[in-house]
Design a protein around this ligand. Sequence first.
Ligand code: NAG
Ligand code: NAG
Ligand code: NAG
Ligand code: NAG
Ligand code: NAG
Ligand code: NAG
Ligand code: NAG
Length: 900
Amino acid sequence: MRHALALSLLAAACAAASAQIAWTPIFLDGSSQVDLWTQASSGCACPNGDGDDCACCVRDGACPCGDIAPARCAQCGLEQYCANMCNITIDSRILKTKSGKTFGQIKSPSIEGPGACSYFLQPDAGQRVEIQLYRLVSVGRFNGSSCVGGWIQLGGATAVRGAAGAAETRLCGANERYTPPVVLFADHGASTLEFRITEKTVRSQFLAFFSFTSLSNTQGVGFHPRGGSRIPHTDCDWMYQDVSCRGPGTCVLASPGYPGLYPPHRRCRYLFATNSVNTRVKIIFTSILLPRNHCATDYLTLRAGNSPSAPLLASLCSERTAILEQPGPNLLLEFNSGPLVPPYDYNGFIAKLEFIERADGSAPPPTVVPASPPLAALTHHIQNVDRVAAMESNVVSNEVAANNGGGRVGCGATVRGFGPGGARSGHFDTRATGWRTQCAIHLLGAPTDVVQVSLFNYNLRLQSCRSHIEVLEGLHDFGGKGDRGDRSERGDRALLRVCGPAVREARDPSGRFLLRQAVTSKGANLTILVRRAGTQSVDEEEFVDGAFAFHDELHEGTASPDATCAATHYGLASPKHGGVSAPSHHHIFWNIEERLQCMHRFIPAANQSVTIEIQRLDRMWSAEPTGTAGAAGCRTACGDAGCECRANTPLHYHDHIALVAGDGTHLSCLCGDFQAAWLPVVVRSWTSVRLEYSVAHYTYASRGFDYAAAFSFNDDAMCGQRTYTTHSGEISSRNVSVTGSLNEFFYQQCTWVLDSNVERQLFIDISSEQDKSCGSWNITLHEWAGSGAHGEGGLAAAAGELLYTFCARHKNHTYTLPYRLNTLVIRLVALSRQQPLYRIRWRSQVVRANNRLGPPTPAPAASAGSASPHHSLAILILLSLLFSLQNQRRVLCKVLGTVQ
Ligand SMILES: *[C@@H]1O[C@H](CO)[C@@H](O)[C@H](O)[C@H]1NC(C)=O
Ligand SMILES: *[C@@H]1O[C@H](CO)[C@@H](O)[C@H](O)[C@H]1NC(C)=O
Ligand SMILES: *[C@@H]1O[C@H](CO)[C@@H](O)[C@H](O)[C@H]1NC(C)=O
Ligand SMILES: *[C@@H]1O[C@H](CO)[C@@H](O)[C@H](O)[C@H]1NC(C)=O
Ligand SMILES: *[C@@H]1O[C@H](CO)[C@@H](O)[C@H](O)[C@H]1NC(C)=O
Ligand SMILES: *[C@@H]1O[C@H](CO)[C@@H](O)[C@H](O)[C@H]1NC(C)=O
Ligand SMILES: *[C@@H]1O[C@H](CO)[C@@H](O)[C@H](O)[C@H]1NC(C)=O
């Protein structure tokens, strides 16, 4: 034992500084001692004065053991345990007082198994518990996955661990010498070192050093993370933001327990978040030491995004050092550990974090998406922005034009949204160009464009609005032609105005992006004006950065000014045929890191239907709902009544595309790995439909999935004619052309009114040759709800109490309606793979001529409560307006009276 110990001490002194594993060097003044505290086993005066052949103790901190072991010394404060160091408490403060030391040795008694000892270690404030294990004798063995027969374990005294988890954190060995030692750190206050033998043994023992290591220890053994913040309610997750990591060395991260052995079966996530578009994250791994040949369980990954399902950028395992550099806005470093594996000669990683501004344009990521015809938007290439000369005289020079490499839009830039070299979206940053007090950025769209601008970060210092940002409709300059010099008038006209002093950072302190600060122009041209102080302050530059995008209203629909990503296509104004796809102007979505939903609404005019055909679709993913283990998937099931998204978790956890009717009915929903063979999915609708593109977890780096859909507005009078005043007539379906796709669905909601101003008996024949269920389509006959009805369904209120339901399988049926029911509402509702084919004929028996001029008598039992909620108010109003043009004013009044 003597030699082993002496060697260990030597090793400690040498290795602590150089190897990748670090530990607190523990050595005292002596050179050829008996043990840590005993200089010589005899030759000194005995403590109680009876004799002079007792042990000689080292000068510093040692006390003689006394009668129990006259030939030995121990650390002052622990001398009562000379013979049996088992089940003891070591308190840092008491030990420091008595021996002057914050470290020492634990040498277990040689116990006969089964048996157990525990050591309670109580650190002082600002200290972590460190254990250096040197020797194990008959302390169980490793069977390939865990320790059997006996073990050593360091655990937090208060940490409640499941029995299974505890078993994983054990060390064992039949006869082991560890040089360097196995190093363990505990960072949660008081800890217990447990030594347990569960099988029969003759002599089981261990030898370790302990240290109450100061967290400010500069040798790395006092490591504690810097610059980051713990993510609450997680085991070991951290967030690092650029704003809290200014200057080299301000941000440091490491595996748990660093530089000691890390705990097994952990997954620690380190999120790096930038506030600026031009910031890159540099991760300098100064040391990586993972167990050899265990790369499947012990490894590091870096992902482009803040989600574990974001694209993989790098994976590390056997590397000893590494430097990774990537653009933001979010990067996720994940550290995974498997079981503890002997010989416990690894300790995880430590890394420094730097956030660097990409000052030059030597390797720009795609900053600008070039202009391209909207329908070909999926095949764009990255080009530079066209930088037209500064517009007006007082813009001193155009430095952007000179700096041709960066593709960054700064002061004096003019970006064209069309033509060769034009750009449809991009980022701007006033820091991209040299300082100037007055800074203008001009965005010039094609005639059918509108411009969207979103501000990410800014800093304005001067009081009373002397520093300001203005986003203006049209093209302007400071005191130039487009500007009449009246600043306050211009300020009133601004789409957006930010007055100094004002500071905005894209994220809040917890790393979440703030709500968007964005505007959409009405016209094709837009100007961003920034006025700043005459000189810049070195540490507090005044600036603004953000993103812009041109939106072609003719082809991409009318932009909704308030929504992040929504457009409307009106049947009368839109081209008859067109295409929509995943948003290409992703620059303005830089600061979205949650769910992204983009919506295209299609509103057919009267006598029109709209056909939407989803032609192409990428694989769609599911985000991992927080707190749910494993990614629960979503799959698509198509039936006669459309395609459905089936998932165990709410739909917003899953990427999906849905076609939704105006009343919220899901006509079709696609998610998961939807098979290309089932495409296209087609929906033809006679009322408004929206296409919802939903990315469960959007990040700027991953950008969601792609799709392509075509739309066409068809002239389809089928649902159009609404009111008949003739006493007999016929309504029948007309065949529409079909695409022949397996998943083609028809959605119809038609309402016809049979109105008469004379008393009559009405007979209705309805027939169909289709053999379809009631669920796929049906025709219902209703009373007229009357003008007094204020049903929540709006238009549905026009249809009063249900009288009869016709389904295709009834084949042919004649309905005799109550006498004096002058006004009847007939509704057709269909969601089916086949177009409903039917014929409705009616005839009246006029009882008595009566030329009433007022509105028709409501049916006696007209009820307001039975309104069916299927109709869309918007469509009713639209239809009503059109009918009014046909001199059917009386009906219009009735309809509107009901709707209000
Ligand atoms: C130490 O404590 C444990 C648990 O309290 C006990 O089982 C064990 O016998 C004790 N060991 C000695 C040597 O007293
Ligand atoms: C190792 O021991 C554990 C605990 O006794 C047991 O569950 C496991 O199956 C054993 N593994 C092997 C490979 O024997
Ligand atoms: C945008 O500005 C250009 C250049 O001044 C001009 O030719 C064009 O008419 C403007 N467009 C609109 C819609 O005002
Ligand atoms: C709709 O079509 C019907 C029948 O073709 C026609 O009578 C009616 O005038 C059309 N309505 C409109 C608003 O065009
Ligand atoms: C309508 O289509 C059906 C089936 O496609 C066909 O049997 C029928 O003859 C067609 N009717 C007309 C009037 O074209
Ligand atoms: C009528 O058809 C619609 C659309 O397919 C369906 O939702 C509804 O349940 C059907 N009504 C009945 C009574 O079957
Ligand atoms: C439906 O029945 C009525 C009377 O029962 C008959 O006059 C009509 O021709 C039938 N229609 C069809 C399509 O069979």
